[in-house]
Design a protein around this ligand. Structure first.
Ligand code: ZN
Length: 495
């Protein structure tokens, strides 16, 4: 940090004279001679004039604010004479709350620079202040402090000629600091407080899950954002910087977290960012708790085992089947086959996430609506999700809609969660969340929804719906909607 700037006066002599000697009265060889004399005399006059201006401008530039300023305003011929070194007249400190200030008094104003040095095996974190042109006089070389972040002050002569003193502030932890002139006379004031810093990040196994620990100093405040596509958790730590040795990423926990990335999101003001990238299939539903550990100043994310749906019972109802084909597309696709395909992907995801799944049909069989309701109620499912694809006489009609039975708050929330994810993942038009009195909605004793995942009568929708890879997309969206529903709280949150 450079704390003193020299004010330099710059002088430009404008080329204002543009004369021309007309040839009327001067002849032959005489003309160049007079010309030369004239130019020479003029040049001498310009030089003298410029010197006078420089001296005056220099005096004017060194205003009252800057004087006296050793080494700056002295004419060059005087600097050859060695000056008496400035003396460091005293070093004191004071503490205000978490801030510690060190005041270095000097006999006159001096040039100085400060830098911070990282911890090494032999040395603690340090702020180093170099005082040019100054010697420490009779100050003791080591002054123990033990206030806030400041452990001790060390004072040493770097060089007798030219005089230079180094003042080292040994710190107990990294600190943010500012250096200013002392307001009350010549000298320097260093103000420091514990810096907010991320020093390390690592995983720890705990009973029933894993813990991501973000270690450092003063990590008490943070902002958490959950982002989708891809699924991730973003933790911003305001005021924090990343220590140099912190890796830019570490592996995940092998149970829902793919990896953890770290970066300096912003420098002024500082914001450090930690991004927890989640696995696509089960990550969406992973429950986690975040807190800060006041004693160590670290941030702790507790991830439960990657079974976000453990203990949940989900009734999956592939619409139609057997003698009931459901809708039939222009190209001859049967809804009953497509819903079964989506259901298979959905069941796999739900089971991976620890849910117990009951299917209303396992193959191409005929099961009427009342039988489905009966089966669901006897199984005691937590939710009922019926999968369908729609059809309409006007082929322009397209999009996603989700139905629930009016009056059941939880069912409406389930419909909203799944509807939102279906829109996000399919890019299909929004045909809304609707109320209906379908048997499977009215008759079931649990929150239940009917998902219409696109129109088979619409050529654009059908182009996607006939593609099996797209069935996995649909299943993923429904799965994530189910996870969101349970995660956002159904009154039975589980740790
Ligand atoms: Zn249907």
């Amino acid at each position: 940090m450079s704390c003193r700037k020299m004010h330099k006066s710059s002088l430009k002599v404008p080329c204002i004279i543009n004369f021309r000697v007309r040839g009327a009265s001067l002849h032959g060889a005489i003309r160049p001679f007079w010309m030369t004399c004239f130019v020479f005399i003029f040049a001498v006059l310009v030089f003298i004039f410029a010197e006078v201006l420089v001296v005056h401008a220099g005096e004017a530039g060194a205003g009252d604010d800057d004087a006296p300023r050793p080494g700056v305003e002295n004419p060059p011929n005087e600097s050859a004479v060695p000056r008496e070194p400035a003396m460091i007249t005293g070093v004191s400190w004071e503490r205000e709350d978490t801030t510690v200030k060190v005041m270095v008094g000097t006999s006159r104003r001096i040039d100085y620079s400060a830098k911070v040095l990282s911890k090494t095996d032999a040395q603690p974190f340090r702020i180093v202040l170099d005082c040019d042109g100054a010697l420490p006089g009779t100050l003791q070389p080591v002054i123990p402090v033990g206030e806030g972040v400041l452990e001790r002050i060390r004072i040493g002569i770097m060089s007798q000629s030219p005089p230079k003193t180094r003042i080292v502030l040994d710190l107990s932890s990294p600190a943010d600091y500012t250096v200013t002139d002392l307001p009350s006379g010549p000298g320097i004031c260093i103000s420091m407080k514990k810096g907010i810093r991320i020093e390390s990040v690592w995983w720890e196994r705990v009973e029933g899950g894993s813990v991501l620990k973000i270690g450092g100093t003063s990590l008490s405040s943070y902002r958490v954002t959950r982002l989708r596509a891809p699924e991730r958790i973003v933790i911003d730590v305001p005021g924090a910087s990343l220590a140099e040795h912190v890796p830019s990423s570490i592996e995940g926990n092998g149970a829902g977290v793919r990896r953890v990335r770290l970066g300096q999101f912003q420098t002024s003001p500082a914001v450090a960012r930690v991004v927890v990238d989640l696995e696509d299939d089960v990550g969406a539903g992973i429950p986690f708790k975040i807190s800060s550990d006041g004693e160590n100043g670290s941030i702790v994310l507790l991830f439960s085992e990657a079974f976000p749906l453990r203990g949940r019972k989900v009734i999956v109802d592939p619409g139609h089947g057997g003698s009931d084909p459901g809708c039939i597309s222009h190209s001859g696709l049967y809804e009953k086959h497509l819903t079964m395909s989506v259901a298979r992907y959905l069941v796999a995801k739900l089971r991976t996430a620890g849910a117990e799944v009951v299917l209303t049909r396992n193959g191409d069989e005929t099961v009427d609506a009342y039988k489905r309701v009966d089966l669901a109620n006897r199984a005691g499912g937590d939710i009922y999700v019926s999968l369908h694809m729609n059809s309409f006489r006007m082929s322009q009609k397209s999009g996603v809609e989700v139905y629930y039975y009016s009056g059941v708050t939880q069912a409406k929330r389930l419909a909203q969660s799944i509807h939102k994810r279906l829109l996000e993942d399919t890019g299909f038009a929004d045909s809304g969340i609707r109320v209906a009195r379908f048997v499977v909605l009215k008759g079931t004793s649990m929150p239940s929804v009917v998902c219409e995942m696109g129109y088979l009568s619409n050529p654009d929708n059908e182009r996607f719906l006939k593609n099996e890879a797209f069935h996995a997309v649909l299943a993923g969206a429904v799965y994530k909607g189910i996870c969101d529903y349970f995660q956002d709280g159904d009154g039975k949150t589980r740790d």
